[in-house]
Design a protein around this ligand. Structure first.
Ligand code: UN1
Length: 498
């Protein structure tokens, strides 16, 4: 049984649902496999019309869906509204892609022969998503996959099943035939077993996964054994470099939002602020004051961040991530560390009794060095490191040394620093004078190294994940023309004897 609870008030059970067995997962994949050709036969502009309906239906249910996001994962309501809007934006982008999905005409090396390319749907996609963006990130996969003529089996996070059901209901209501989009709930092990069984039986053609690097590795290995390349969107240790010439208040604001917004539970959340010597102490002073003042608490009110999403995240925050703090570090930012309780209160906590929920003090850790565990571990919670640097090489070592490569930011007034940073940073996404988080729905999203396998979501780029190129040649010469034959004789005076 999967029980989803409101992380602001654990007595509030949002949904109880039976978890699917591996067999049930494979059954859903089989049904999707059967439904897919029917859907693929619908002309792409008409599939685009279904996506237009999705945009309208989700927009019409925006507040209700956002309230559910806030209730189920504790995301502040204003952010939850933005998240639902991102689903609408994604749908709006793909409506007209139904009228494009362009292929190409390509010149042939033969006379009387023409060459073409077509985008073909991949087939059946299994999408497995995290709960920190319980509707927006799933929509980044599901909407383009459907538009391109695929069928989808979606496994939402086990701590956000109600958001999963709600979004799927809205999308299906847009006019999808039965079996084209199915939600399967399950825990990690049964989902993995179901995926393995479905791949073994040839029922799944593409896997999309957003989650941890460790699980991504296992999914990558499983897909690799089946000669498939999944779309993997994994963790990050996103750097934010502050140059001495930066607008310091802007940098502080960006660090506060990307470090502690969503309680640090974004794959694009700030990992380490990397601050040039000359402004380091002033930056720390201003950022710790800002963290100290930041409103946290009840996510239905006007707060920077609410609770951690599940007990598992709070437990890891307290027992693993806070344990990365060493003697040479100093802590700032709150009136305590760890869980917010009556004995360990947060000054200015917004809302009722924090002990009813899963609230954690925001923690700023200064004195971080390049080899520290905290500089190299994704922490996925309200904890941010600060490191100081002297020269550029030191800054880049801190920015890239951890081996992740998702998002990054630099604050500077000098174009040459910004451009050099873009060139040298390992991240797939770079912000200049903006926070590490806050991707837009139509710009490529994805990472390198431990953050993914180079796949990209969003905009036209995600179509590479959910379509395959098919090429066609059409010969009307009426006789066999052989390609790859040496048709042009070199003039004799160009033929050297080597
Ligand atoms: C994620 O945390 O998995 O860039 C995605 C952002 C969001 C997406 C984050 N729009 O912060």
């Amino acid at each position: 049984m999967i029980v989803s609870r409101n992380p602001t008030d654990l007595d509030d059970v949002v949904l109880e649902v039976d978890g699917a067995t591996a067999d049930a997962f494979a059954d859903a994949a089989r049904a999707a496999r059967a439904a897919q050709p029917v859907w693929a036969a619908v002309p792409a502009p008409i599939r685009g019309q279904a996506v237009a309906n999705m945009a309208q239906i989700v927009a019409a249910n925006k507040e209700a869906l956002a309230r559910l996001v806030t209730r189920e994962v504790g995301k502040p309501y204003a952010e939850a509204l933005g998240e639902v809007q991102e689903v609408v934006d994604t749908a709006q982008f793909f409506i007209s892609e139904g009228r494009r999905l362009y292929g190409q005409t390509v010149p042939s090396e033969m006379p009387d022969k023409q060459l073409f390319t077509f985008r073909q749907p991949v087939g059946t996609a299994a999408i497995i998503t995290a709960g920190n963006f319980p509707v927006a990130v799933p929509s980044w996969y599901i909407i383009p996959a459907l538009l391109a003529g695929n069928a989808v089996v979606w496994k939402p996070a086990e701590y956000a099943p109600a958001c999963g059901d709600a979004l799927a209901r809205l999308l299906v209501a847009a006019g999808l035939p039965d079996g084209v989009l199915t939600v399967v709930h399950g825990d990690g092990p049964s989902t993995f077993a179901g995926l393995e069984r479905s791949l073994d039986e040839g029922l799944i053609d593409k896997v999309g996964f957003t989650g941890s690097t460790d699980v991504g590795r296992e999914i990558g290995a499983l897909c690799g054994r089946h000669l498939q390349s999944p779309c993997l969107e994994l963790g990050g240790k996103n750097p934010l470099v502050v140059m001495a010439d930066a607008d310091l208040d802007l940098a502080v604001e960006g660090a506060l939002f990307s470090g502690f917004g969503t309680a640090g539970q974004r794959c694009t959340s700030l990992g380490t602020a990397i601050v040039q010597e000359a402004v380091h102490d002033e930056f720390v002073l201003r950022l710790s004051a800002a963290v100290g003042r930041a409103p946290m608490g009840d996510p239905t009110q006007d707060v920077l961040f609410g609770p951690l999403m599940t007990e598992r995240f709070l437990e890891r925050f307290e027992n693993e991530h806070l344990n990365l703090v060493r003697d040479h570090h100093a802590l700032h930012g709150s009136t305590g560390t760890g869980r917010v309780t009556a004995q360990n209160p947060r000054d200015g906590f917004v809302g009722g009794d924090p002990e009813r929920g899963l609230f954690a003090h925001p923690t700023l850790v200064t004195g971080v060095r390049v080899d520290d565990d905290i500089a190299n571990t994704e922490t996925f919670g309200p904890i941010v490191g600060v490191a100081r640097f002297g020269d550029w090489e030191e800054a880049m070592a801190l920015a890239n040394g951890h081996g992740y490569g998702l998002s990054s930011a630099i604050y500077t007034r000098d174009a040459k620093h910004a451009l050099r940073f873009r060139e040298q940073v390992s991240a797939g996404m770079v912000s200049v004078n903006n926070s590490t988080s806050g991707a837009e729905a139509h710009l490529p999203f994805g990472g390198n190294g431990k953050s993914g396998n180079g796949s990209r979501q969003s905009g036209i780029w995600v179509l590479e994940q959910f379509t395959r190129w098919q090429s066609m040649n059409w010969d009307y010469a009426g006789k066999l023309q052989k390609a790859q034959m040496d048709v042009l004789e070199l003039p004799a005076d160009l033929a050297f004897a080597l």
